[in-house]
Design a protein around this ligand. Structure first.
Ligand code: NAI
Length: 391
């Protein structure tokens, strides 16, 4: 059980780029990073508007001299300090991730980066190589993968409880953008502008989440080829899609489907994953993250509840409040940040044994997501044809 005691004998000196006072996602980064005393927030370039960023940083208690106007100044000046930051989180719009992540690694920082990692496979692979060369980790905030019951599902599948895996059915389909809400909402406006998001909207913004859940549940399953059809129901969003369907074939003969949408009117989030085997199925829904459905053919449905003693012991190690109480996205993110800190510390100590058996959404998860989006766009724009995934 996690009880607030530091898992490390140090707290990593930490900074942020983006995630300012008006951002959607900055607060959950800070809540998660600071929750277990594994990171101390000491510096940042929090906002595209330097003055607003400084005012915000100081309101968080960061020294005003360490609230910088931009990320280059942040990295350069912190590198000159004996007590400069060791790790940085990047919570800015997508078009900036590659340059900021590259610069951070070049300055010898560990990185936590928002998804998608960048826009092209070539860029993503360059970041993976740089991270290896610098011996610094890049963690990706696929936040839903931090839910305990995702780790439980992974264990049950690894134990063979589902039998041979046949079908993976995924969706992330909400209704919040069923109209052109971007006209009044700056946080949505950049999401539908190719200058900021590159070649896709919902494929990169939404679909990469359940895609990573599938990679987490089924690490052995490799996509062989895929086919994508994408649409812009709000016409002003074209060529970016606000809805897409993707079919996948895996190398073991299994098949998968993923529906991502921002125009699923009435739906709150609609992120689900269902893994179907020859004996049984498992299903998890992010709107009820404390329950996992386990359905054995011919038997009554079992609903596994978070925090209960019948879960795997390593899953219970990440329990924060015991069964019966709801945990949510903030706890899932905290679990991930805790893992990022452990991986950063192990990397610094050269603890290869720990890293070899340690799971967290790493730079390869970032590369896989970027490659997947790239292939989906290629397929859709060629008329929804099958394209090889790996080539
Ligand atoms: P937002 O538009 O609400 O906030 C962006 C923040 O970054 C603002 O504070 C802005 O001033 C700052 N910023 C922009 N350019 C900057 C720069 N060059 N230097 C420093 N600060 C800069 O965006 P939101 O929704 O917070 O998204 C940020 C990132 O987080 C995106 O990549 C998005 O895809 C990702 N995201 C991830 C989620 C997840 O579940 N992992 C959920 C929501 C967003």
């Amino acid at each position: 059980m996690i009880n607030g005691i530091k898992p490390l004998d140090r707290s990593l000196r930490w900074g942020m780029v983006g995630g300012g006072g008006t951002s959607q996602i900055g607060y959950i980064h800070r809540s998660a990073a600071l929750r277990d005393n594994t990171f101390t927030l000491l510096a940042g370039a929090f906002d595209i508007d330097a003055e607003r960023g400084r005012a915000f940083g100081t309101s968080l208690g960061v020294d005003s001299h360490r609230c910088y106007a931009d990320y280059e100044t942040l990295f350069r000046q912190e590198a000159e300090r004996a007590d400069g930051i060791e790790a940085v989180s990047i919570a800015t719009p997508n078009n900036t991730h590659f340059a900021i992540c590259k610069a951070a690694l070049e300055y010898g920082l560990h990185v936590v980066c928002e998804k998608p990692l960048c826009f092209t496979t070539a860029e993503a692979e360059a970041l993976a190589e740089l991270s290896q060369k610098q011996n610094k980790i890049v963690g990706l905030t696929y936040g839903y993968s931090g839910f305990q019951l995702i780790q439980q599902a992974r264990s049950m599948i690894a134990e063979g409880l589902l039998g041979d895996i046949r079908i993976v059915n995924m969706s992330f389909s909400h209704g919040f953008h069923n109209e052109a809400v971007e006209l009044d909402n700056p946080s949505t406006r950049w999401r539908v502008d190719p200058k900021f998001v590159g070649p896709s909207y919902v494929l990169g913004d939404l679909a990469t989440h359940p895609l990573f859940l599938a990679e987490t549940l089924l690490p052995a399953l490799k996509i062989k080829r895929l086919m994508c059809s994408r649409q812009s129901f709000v016409k002003t969003r074209a060529p970016l899609e606000d809805n897409a369907f993707v079919l996948m074939e895996y190398d073991n003969g299994a098949v998968g489907s993923l529906w991502c949408s921002a125009v699923n009117s009435g739906s709150m989030h609609g992120q689900r994953i269902r893994a179907i085997g020859s004996k049984a199925s498992i299903e998890w829904w992010d709107e009820q993250p404390n329950q996992l459905r386990y359905e054995v053919q011919g038997e009554p449905v079992r609903i596994l509840e978070r925090g209960m003693s019948y879960l795997a012991p390593h899953v219970l190690e990440e329990d924060r409040i015991s069964g019966g109480h709801a945990e949510g996205l903030f706890e899932a993110w905290s679990n991930l940040y805790r893992r990022f800190a452990i991986a950063m510390d192990a990397t610094d100590r050269g603890d290869k044994a720990l890293l070899a058996r340690f799971w967290y959404p790493d730079v390869h998860a970032g590369v896989a997501g970027v490659r997947w989006v790239e292939r989906c766009v290629e397929s859709a724009d060629a008329g929804a044809i099958w394209v090889d995934f790996a080539s």
